[in-house]
Design a protein around this ligand. Sequence first.
Ligand code: COA
Ligand code: MG
Length: 326
Amino acid sequence: MSFQPVERRTPPRLYRSKLFVPGARPQLFEKAAASAADVVCLDLEDAVAPADKDKARDNIVAALNDVNWGNKLVTVRINGLDTNFCYRDVLALVEKGGERLDAIMVPKVGNGSDLYAIDMLITQASSFAGRKKQIGLEVIIETTSGLTNIDDICKASRRLETLHFGAADYAASQGMRTTNIGGGNADYVMLTDGSGERARHWNDLWHYPLFRLAQAARAHGIVPIDGPFGDYSDPDGFRVQANRTAILGCEGKWAIHPSQVALANEIYTPPQKEVERAEAILAAMKEAQEKGLGAVALNGVLIDAASIRQAHVIVKQVEMIQGRAL
Ligand code: COA
Ligand code: MG
């Protein structure tokens, strides 16, 4: 480890499913509160038409004060810094949103200064309102500038807790020729070499930005989260996308329809066979260390001290989930 190890910024918390609810549909708020989602995100940005922004803000402020959100993490996505809704969103939420608001999600963050500006507004408004609880920040990386400046963004505010990947806006920002939100693309393929029948292998359009996001987040003690999968009628497509990002280190994924909540909760819970393997590694390494051995074999496969750290990731995630269930 480095002389300066990276500490996780947030206490143990579940982020497996983050259910989005448009701020202009207050009739959905109670349903979201009663859902199995770990996190609820009330949206003021792209799911709300410009003419409804003020009403949606009022709806959300009222719901933060009135709805029983149970033990969910409650967050609100504000409008971007390139709009004149943004500062009014922050002031209304911090000054009138009560203590139940856990975090503010900032879309289309392009550089560290964007986040610094929002932190400054939150800090001033919190002081004015006499808030007791610290409000966290969540950032969506969904532009090429955001991805390019990702390390500066991670360093810009101590409030920052989670980084999220927004596939649709990211694709638009890069000029990618695709209109799906977080799914596959039949034309993004490789052909195997040779003559005769040549197989087409689908590639993952989103691999690089998601890998980069997970890497940068962890380097700063921040939790990486995968964003939306737009085709909510395709649970299999959701499943494979979520599985890949769970393997890459993401702790959860957005649900843009209630049907995606159970899928995300399942997929971002480590599978039983991986938990058993992790426990077996820890037991075998404990025995090895008692015998003074550093590296041993488990079922014909090398395990050593790094295997302990890998196994801890899985076991700690399960302990957190079991703690929530109690
Ligand atoms: N939160 C809570 N409940 C929701 C919900 C949500 N986001 N979306 C739908 N529901 C409820 C519906 O009210 C309905 O409840 P009922 O069975 O009691 O009648 C049930 O879930 C099924 O809904 P359905 O009819 O399939 O969906 P819809 O046509 O009403 O809405 C969407 C579909 C996609 C427009 C809606 O789910 C939605 O707005 N999702 C969030 C979009 C968003 O915020 N995007 C921004 C981030 S990408
Ligand atoms: Mg977006």
